[in-house]
Ligand binder design. Structure first.
Ligand SMILES: Cc1ncc(COP(=O)(O)O)c(C=O)c1O
Length: 481
């Protein structure tokens, strides 16, 4: 093929990609190209009132499209109208949902809305202990009470296993008054549960199944990745598109599945209460764009590249002596793009700081045991080659403080001792005491640092010596008076 023909083909391909519909992106482009005299919020008025240094950093164009859903042609979020409604419908189709809501306070907003709309005071909700704190905050608001599923722990890797169908079934049988099952899938490190079997059990017991799939919005777009809960019988699912899907930080989606038994209107009402009344069109457009990208040949190619990059990195790590990765088939199904590694000579935190300081590499997170690398749709093969090369160097180097271990723990893997309900404890009279004096007292606050946002302590739980390594950054703790 000549260079000219190649160029023409590329142009054709490009046009094919850009024809993919993204209604909010298109409406925002239109608004940008036909500016009006503005006497409304936001008061920076296309960046004219912004700090020049900030404007230079973010770009004038970004400030020009920084608008909310109050103006003609852009649609509204609650209720969804115009391009926003259309974009949500396209997203529902792409993810295989009956209805999709765009979220502009992350999956946190989705979890809060689900708790507020689907649970009530005193209602029992079966959930895994390693769930995200937003689920628990939701239960503090509604007054629902968690019944804890404690997954298996892999101490050597410092990670939680999956939620088993047997544990869900047992819990439902022991607690016929439980009103809902709410699981996290996958775990932060990519460990996958058998959602299909769990959904069948929930159906048998006639309770809704909610799946927090914050870390799995890519699954519907690649055959090498696990199947999304939307296809396996869950009633509602949240996806943090901003985590791995390519949208801007804070933007997520909440999906209601095709055969869901939950009332989507009440979910929408809760979202309306929780969301800002000035939703950022930039965030909404970024959700629209991320869906359009993932659902396009280009996006699928990027995702396939992420999968192949992950396989490549894993193969390279297999050649090393001290650094290991959690094998994708270590006994559980996993999401291959989440690569958890450990160095048998170093703590995960120490390995993280070596990568940061000596090699200018930032990873997703690190714990006592290891660290988490995400192979993203935006990573190139040369990114991965650089990372592999750095890991080879580390593997061959004798770091002087090689036995360095922090006295601080990062991944909470404790079994709670519950003394009071979440809500009761949260709204009790409290006092703040030095953490050493908190031992033996009942916690009154949510202690769950991000990442991963998993609870160390929750209101109503007994504080013990075991908690201290997780509280290194805390001088004081709120306890029940
Ligand atoms: C499992 C899980 N659910 C929900 C959330 C909240 O997501 P967001 O940051 O989009 O609010 C997180 C965030 O880390 C998470 O890990």
């Amino acid at each position: 093929m000549t260079n000219v023909t190649k160029k023409a083909m590329n142009k054709l391909q490009e046009n094919k990609y850009t024809r993919i519909k993204a209604p909010i992106v298109e409406a925002l482009k239109q608004a940008y190209e036909t500016p009006s005299y503005q006497f409304h919020i936001p008061g920076h008025t296309r960046g004219n009132g912004s700090l020049p240094e900030f404007k230079k950093l973010i770009g004038k164009k970004a400030l020009c499209i920084d608008t909310t859903d109050e103006f003609d042609g852009l649609g509204t979020l609650h209720p969804a109208t115009g391009p926003i409604k259309e974009a949500q419908e396209l997203a529902a189709k792409a993810f295989g949902a009956k209805k999709t809501f765009f979220l502009i306070n992350g999956s946190t907003a989705g979890n809060l809305a689900l708790a507020m709309s689907l649970t009530r005071k005193g209602q029992k909700v079966i959930t895994n202990r390693n769930c995200h704190r937003s689920i628990l905050t939701g239960m503090i608001i509604s007054g629902a009470e968690p019944l804890w599923l404690i997954p298996k722990k892999f101490e050597e890797w410092g990670i939680w296993g999956n939620v088993t169908p047997e544990s869900v079934e047992e819990m439902l049988e022991k607690n016929p008054d439980a009103g809902m099952v709410w699981i996290t899938n996958p775990t932060y490190e990519g460990v996958v549960s058998d959602v299909k079997s769990i959904a069948e059990i929930c159906k048998k017991h006639n309770v809704p199944l909610i799946v927090d799939e914050a870390h799995a919005c890519l699954w519907n777009f690649n055959n090498h990745l696990p199947t999304s809960a939307l296809k396996l019988g869950a009633d509602a699912v949240v996806h943090s598109l901003h985590k791995t899907g390519g949208s801007m930080s804070q933007s997520s989606m909440l999906h209601i599945s095709e055969n869901s038994i939950i009332d989507e209107d009440s979910v929408e009402k809760a979202l309306k209460l929780l969301h800002t009344t000035s939703p950022s069109l930039m965030l909404l457009a970024s959700l629209d764009a991320a869906r359009a990208n993932l659902d396009s040949p280009r996006g699928r190619k990027q995702l396939e590249r992420a999968v192949q990059n992950a396989k490549y990195l894993r193969r390279e790590i297999d050649k090393l002596e001290h650094i290991h990765h959690l094998q994708p088939d270590f006994g559980y199904k996993t999401d291959i793009t989440k690569i958890f590694i450990k160095d048998d000579r170093l703590s995960g935190k120490r390995l993280e700081s070596i990568l940061e300081i000596d090699f200018n590499i930032e990873v997703e997170s690190a714990s006592d045991a290891g660290l988490l690398i995400l192979s993203n749709i935006g990573n190139t093969r040369s990114d991965m080659q650089y990372l592999a090369k750095c890991l080879q160097k580390i593997d061959k180097t004798n770091y002087t403080d090689i036995y360095y271990l922090e006295k601080k723990k990062h991944m909470p893997m404790l079994t709670p001792i519950i003394k009071m309900t979440l809500r009761e404890a949260f709204y009790s009279h409290k006092e703040t005491v030095p953490k050493e004096q908190a031992i033996g007292r009942i916690c009154a606050e949510v202690i769950a640092e991000c990442p991963p946002g998993i609870a160390v302590l929750l209101p109503g739980e007994l504080i013990t010596e075991e908690h201290l390594p997780y509280l290194v950054d805390y001088d004081t703790v709120e306890v029940i008076k």
